[in-house]
Design a protein around this ligand. Structure first.
Ligand code: SF4
Length: 252
């Protein structure tokens, strides 16, 4: 019987793997799905992507766990520039994914995961990274073919982060975000977006370029703002900060 873990390399799935190793739970392979922004650019926040490639995957391989990397042939940009065929927006660009109804999940994440699952035998056991304090999500697991090691060993989300930290395997993404998601996620917090603007101007400018596309089904990047509005806001905040720093240095 094969045992696999779905892993985004966030704290819950990483802690699941650590628990399997600690308690000698069977684990044959880890499946990771990477959403791509375009053919060459990962959809992961760069700090998280570097952590996966330089730290997490080598750790698993050193421990004899095979890592399967899944990718959809469809990228974020292909989804963005797809022309809608039906509905009130037929003829327009699909454009930005919507909060709560993310088409990237549907187009770029789920298809390779479903295709991978089809290759597994029916008796395969999947470890899912759901913590002991996530009752509603846990209730959806059957506990036999899909089970949570975090629940089995009574580990909460906070415990999961601690486990990863102790092992030196907590993604740096948690320094500025509560969750790990695509850098273009419409659910990203202001902190995450400001981080992208400040630290990854190359990725930010790729999003700004999308805003210039005409005939979009939706103009807003997230529930409240267009990406150019966010750009103006962050630019103004930076100018304010520079002014403050300037005054401070003069006074000093
Ligand atoms: S992290 Fe955000 S953008 Fe990425 S698939 Fe999930 S909801 Fe969509």
């Amino acid at each position: 019987m094969k045992h696999i873990a779905s892993c985004s390399f966030g704290k819950d799935s990483m802690a699941t793997v650590l628990l399997a190793l600690e308690h000698g739970e069977p684990l044959d392979e880890v499946a990771y799905c990477e959403v791509m922004f375009d053919e060459y650019t990962s959809g992961e926040t760069p700090e998280h992507r570097d952590f996966i490639l330089d730290c997490a995957i080598p750790f698993l391989e050193r421990n004899g766990i095979r890592v399967i990397v899944l990718r959809s042939p469809m990228t974020y940009l292909q989804s963005f520039y797809r022309i809608l065929q039906k509905g009130p927006n037929a003829g327009k660009l699909n454009a930005w994914p919507l909060c709560g109804r993310c088409c990237i999940q549907r187009d770029c994440k789920l298809p390779p995961i479903k295709a991978y699952r089809k290759t597994l035998r029916e008796d395969c056991v999947q470890y899912i990274g759901i913590a002991a304090d996530e009752g509603e999500r846990l209730a959806r697991l059957d506990g036999v073919r899909k089970m949570s090691l975090l629940a089995k060993y009574g580990k909460t989300e906070k415990d999961a982060a601690e486990l990863c930290k102790k092992a030196g395997l907590l993604s740096p993404v948690y320094r500025f975000a509560k969750r790990n998601g695509c850098f273009f996620c419409p659910n990203a917090s202001m902190n995450e977006l400001r981080h992208l603007y400040d630290r990854h101007p190359d990725l930010w400018s790729k999003l700004i370029a999308c805003q210039n596309a005409p005939n979009k089904a939706t103009e807003r990047f997230n529930r409240s703002y267009r990406i150019d509005e966010l750009d103006e806001r962050f630019c103004a905040e930076r100018a304010q900060l520079n002014l403050f720093d300037g005054n401070w240095n003069q006074a000093a």
